[in-house]
Design a protein around this ligand. Sequence first.
Ligand SMILES: NC(=O)C1=CN([C@@H]2O[C@H](COP(=O)(O)OP(=O)(O)OC[C@H]3O[C@@H](n4cnc5c(N)ncnc54)[C@H](O)[C@@H]3O)[C@@H](O)[C@H]2O)[C@H](O)CC1
Ligand SMILES: [K+]
Length: 463
Amino acid sequence: MTGTPILTAAQMREAEQAVFASGIPEYELMERAGVAAAEIIWRAGAKRDALVLCGPGNNGGDGFVIARQLRSRGVPVRVAALGESRTESARKARAAWNGPVEPFDQAGPATQIIDALFGTGLSRGLDAVVAERLCDLTGRAAFSYAVDLPSGVDTDSGALLSAVPDFGICIALGALKPAHVLHPAAGLYRRLVCADIGIATSDTIHHLSPPHLVRPLASDHKYSRGLVAVVGGEMAGAGRLAAHAAARSGAGMVRHLTSLDGAAALDAVITRQARGVDEVKAYLADRRLAAVVVGPGLGRGGDARDRLAAVLPCGHPLVLDADALTLLGGAGAEGIPHGSILTPHEGEFAALFGDLQGSKINRAVGAAQRVSAVVVLKGADSVIAAPDGRVAVATGASPWLSTAGTGDVLAGLAAGRLAVTGDPFRAACEAVWLHGEAARRAGAAFVAGDLIAQLPAAIGSRL
Ligand SMILES: NC(=O)C1=CN([C@@H]2O[C@H](COP(=O)(O)OP(=O)(O)OC[C@H]3O[C@@H](n4cnc5c(N)ncnc54)[C@H](O)[C@@H]3O)[C@@H](O)[C@H]2O)[C@H](O)CC1
Ligand SMILES: [K+]
């Protein structure tokens, strides 16, 4: 879970100020940034001709340092500037470049385009003519790089403030920012590299990284590895997917409680018929339960409400998904037990927390703090937020996950990891990463069942 840190623009400035307070001048940081970025560009593009586009602020200053570094390696490099450099460090970098500077609006194409126009200081969209020229130059280039951020993205939300082109490599400086992991900005580059420039970063928000999982002990048995109950309803298919995912999550045993007649015959090992709420309550009275997931296949009628009402006070660690979230959206989130895991998509999230504003990260943290539970706000970029402010953001999800049942699989997987770890934030991070890894292994055009089949290999890859 402790992947590359993610800092907002304000947190980045705060971290930079701490470096300056330690006696390292701003220009030293700019030199470090430029040298690190130039090394990445050199490795990717070698001596292909390059055009560095420099903006008026310190992002532009980075650009002048990069140009000087590339020139010293024999790269045929040109610089085009968008007006004068407005900061002392940027002026110093421009003077050190000590070469010709073309006006941005007259700059011709190049094999490599390096975007050092704007970074974390962007306060509004680029002028249309500037944005258009940036898109044209990068569109005609064989290699394109964004210095710190693609110019035109909102640092903290990942929104696009003006037209922004695609880039081959985005070179984050010092730390990731939310725009590096939140869509649509996160979809603008093929490769993301974070250059370490010696900035100490906060330890609350991270890019989700591969988890370290553990094997069962020789002394373990099916109950010590974790018993999971899936409280389904009339739609046995979704509950069955969640149950099979939990069964291949590393947990010791799974019970799928469904009201559907004859479903038990399908999976005798897993499925139990629980027609009425009293039968559900009887199963939930089993103190050996380590996690309960409710939602997949639950339904939204009166019986579903009764089943949900039986689950919420059961005292076992909970995963709330799908119909359970929709039902809670109407009834109010106050009934959610602390320490649960919620796995809403944007629609279910809006039903529960539609009043929350800000970036996807802000909204997920706000929701987690409101209900004192871990919230997994799913999407192409899934945000996992804990009530204490810890956040992990997952990127690179396979687009093939947009198929029926993958949410049921994630819910069952989260319950299984919760049964194994007993830690909601860790379980949610592991489940999201394993879900993504299973999708990568499943390849193309898979269905939810194929995803489940890949879980043992995904887990095995992290032991
Ligand atoms: N601060 C440091 O120690 C380091 C920062 N690094 C780099 O610096 C940028 C952030 O620099 P900053 O000067 O704050 O902002 P920008 O360079 O992004 O540019 C802001 C600059 O442009 C003006 N401006 C804002 N929006 C627009 C617009 N739409 N059109 C025109 N002009 C605009 C604004 O007024 C400012 O003057 C960071 O991303 C890093 O790249 C170093 O990496 C490390 C040291
Ligand atoms: K940039």
